[in-house]
Ligand binder design. Structure first.
Ligand SMILES: C[S@@+](CC[C@H](N)C(=O)[O-])C[C@H]1O[C@@H](n2cnc3c(N)ncnc32)[C@H](O)[C@@H]1O
Length: 325
């Protein structure tokens, strides 16, 4: 969060929001200092990770690479591996910490490749990533020299995985706030690109979220929204009785026409669906870096086109939507 404060002091583009962001950071720092439970446990685990200086970093490969195998001794590597294991579950990745390959549940480079080939050039752009997980995508974005990339991630494990990576990466223009999107102060016209991936179906009111995002985009700005969809154009939406693919808190899964209507009715123009991809067990699978089940356990074993609850199996789509210049 100190990186965000530095950016607020130094970047003309963040100065209009400086007061609100400074009080938000002060509030969140106080919350973390007084935190108990997971936030306290994970904070200590990151603090205990060995202090190391990577000889190199590489952000434009499938795995975010931090340091080289030869930078550290075998005993330090064992200590680091134990520390990183203590931050499980690693959902997004992979990462390579000094030769330790953190093989996350999701092969996130697959989504990154689908996204980056469609979005506008991000060099010197202001980016917001809502529900960033451990920051994998914004670390990859950093290879393209954005002005800054702000992540929002309310879940303790993922927020502190971000902290663990930043402990070694030290990227001055990538920040993360441990908050949900609706806690962010109004930052009208602040961002050139907002990413909202894997979050919309967790919201009770997707339209309110889209409206808030619309307000935060600068003229000419772009939203990339990735969500579970039904692959039809019948203006229908799935609202699961309870769980969907064993996930709690899944509310609306729109079909392609509904998603476009949501975007149009919240003020976006130039709307396009740039990718539709069924989620496969190649992309989401169990690895030693998660202790929970994964996609293959969430599908009907007799009919992989259905979830275990009998709904259509996960298909995700990326939509781009713009704010007029
Ligand atoms: C399914 S994951 C998607 C992660 C990543 N964006 C991706 O596409 O791979 C959803 C993430 O959004 C976070 N999240 C859920 N509700 C949120 C909210 N209201 N604001 C910000 N993040 C949220 C969760 O903690 C989780 O890390």
């Amino acid at each position: 969060m100190d990186r965000l404060l530095n950016a607020c002091a130094n970047l003309r583009e963040l100065k209009p929001y400086r007061k609100e962001l400074e009080s938000l950071v002060a509030e969140q720092k106080q919350r973390l200092e007084q935190a108990k439970g997971n936030f306290q446990t994970f904070a200590r685990k990151v603090e205990e990770l060995p202090k190391l200086a990577p000889s190199q970093i590489c952000l434009d490969t499938d795995a975010v690479k931090i340091g080289h195998f030869k930078d550290i001794s075998e005993s330090v590597r064992k200590e680091l591996e134990k520390g990183l294991m203590g931050l499980c579950p690693w959902r997004k990745g992979p990462f390579d910490f000094f030769g330790i390959f953190v093989d996350a549940e999701w092969q996130s480079w697959m989504k990154w490749n689908r996204l980056v080939s469609s979005i506008p050039d991000i060099k010197e752009k202001r980016i917001l990533d809502i529900g960033s997980g451990n920051g994998y995508y914004m670390f990859r974005a950093a290879a393209h020299d954005p002005l800054f990339a702000m992540c929002l991630e309310p879940q303790s494990a993922f927020y502190f995985q971000y902290q663990a990576a930043q402990k070694y990466l030290n990227l001055p223009n990538v920040f993360c706030l441990p908050i949900a999107h609706d806690t962010l102060p109004p930052m009208e016209k602040c961002f050139d690109l907002v990413l909202c991936m894997g979050v919309l179906y967790h919201r009770r009111s997707p339209l309110d979220m889209l409206k808030q995002i619309r307000t935060s985009l600068a003229p000419g700005g772009c939203l990339a929204v990735e969500t579970l969809v039904l692959e039809s154009r019948c203006h229908q939406c799935l609202f699961p009785v309870d769980r969907y693919a064993m996930m709690r808190n899944v509310f609306f899964i729109p079909d392609l026409a509904v998603m476009e209507s949501w975007l149009a009715r919240t003020g976006f123009t130039d709307i396009s669906c740039v990718d539709i991809t069924p989620t496969t067990v190649e992309e989401q699978r169990k690895t030693p870096w998660i202790q929970t089940q994964s996609l293959e356990d969430f599908l009907d074993p007799h009919d992989l086109s259905k979830t275990i609850e009998g709904y259509p199996a996960p298909v995700r789509a990326i939509f781009l939507a713009h704010v007029p210049a």
